[in-house]
Design a protein around this ligand. Structure first.
Ligand SMILES: Nc1ncnc2c1ncn2[C@@H]1O[C@H](COP(=O)(O)OP(=O)(O)OP(=O)(O)O)[C@@H](O)[C@H]1O
Length: 265
């Protein structure tokens, strides 16, 4: 379970970009974080894995306070936080398997890491997960030979190799076409269920947030101004979150839905 309370983040002496946020997410929930550009979505996600230092407040993952951890304790805690990015963040010149195994770097010795001698149990788990997401046949291909959707699957498997207790996804579908985006969202939804893994997704596509997540959190100017089910995220909520600005992906919704009818994942 993730428990965020009174989270504040200010960059330098500027006005806080996160203002006393509270958020609790339990196992297997898939939560979308929506909001206009600059609302603070990425900052919140990055405070959780401490890529950004919170100014004050508390972030607990399964009871462990993450704020103020240092050194080895922080490295150990980070192993339990998987992250998936818009740009996939793979190492292009390495194979799919090598990228996937890099998810174990926090668990192996320096010697094993440098010589890339991973335990057989890691290799077995890598194949198991690659099978699960449909990329096992690409194990020996270079990462840069894959399509965007395939690359994001590699990134998801790499994150799962960390044996995470939470998965954070920062606009995981923003670089993908509509059909592939839907496949990735369905995949994240299924994995959350199968692994009892809470998943937090920063997403600009409100249609996908409504379709593929259990809960939507709406942010505006660093405040959480909506927290509810997809059905409750109606026009009023949309207007409140986006303040009359058209949300980026409300346009063309019908086309997108039509494009993905019958997609199997
Ligand atoms: N490293 C930084 N230094 C100073 N200000 C920052 C930094 N990172 C983000 N900000 C500011 O914090 C605010 C929130 O940014 P953040 O990236 O969290 O928003 P967001 O909701 O994720 O936006 P987007 O949807 O465009 O990614 C913005 O005003 C941004 O300019």
């Amino acid at each position: 379970m993730l428990e965020i309370s009174n989270l504040v983040k200010s960059y330098g002496s500027n006005e806080p970009v996160l203002k006393n946020l509270d958020l609790t997410v339990d196992g297997s929930s898939v939560v979308s974080i929506v909001g206009a550009s600059g609302a603070g979505k990425s900052t919140m996600l990055r405070c959780i894995n401490r890529l950004v230092e919170p100014t004050s407040g508390s972030i607990k993952l399964n009871g462990l306070e993450l704020v103020n951890l240092r050194g080895a304790e922080l490295r150990h805690a980070r192993r339990k936080i998987g992250m998936v990015f818009q740009g996939f963040n793979l190492i292009d010149r390495l194979t799919v398997m090598e990228n996937v195994l890099s998810g174990r770097l926090g668990y192996v010795s320096l010697f094993q890491a440098v010589t890339r001698r991973f335990p057989q149990s890691d290799i077995d788990r890598a194949f198991q997960l690659m099978e699960r997401v449909g990329i096992a046949h690409y194990a020996n291909k270079r990462a840069d030979e894959l399509s965007g959707g395939e690359r994001q699957r590699v990134a998801v498997v790499r994150a799962l190799m960390q044996e995470p207790e939470i998965l954070l996804a920062d606009e995981p579908t923003a670089s993908l076409d509509p059909k592939t985006s839907q496949q990735i969202m369905t995949l994240l939804q299924s994995l959350a269920q199968e692994m009892s893994l809470p998943v937090l997704i920063n997403i600009h596509n409100v249609t996908q947030a409504r379709m593929y997540t259990d809960r939507i959190v709406g942010m505006r100017h660093g405040n959480m101004i909506f927290d509810g089910g997809p059905k409750d995220f109606n026009q009023d909520a949309l207007d409140a979150v986006y303040g009359g600005i058209e949300s980026p992906d409300e346009e063309g919704v019908e086309n997108e839905d039509a494009a993905v009818t019958g997609v199997a994942v």
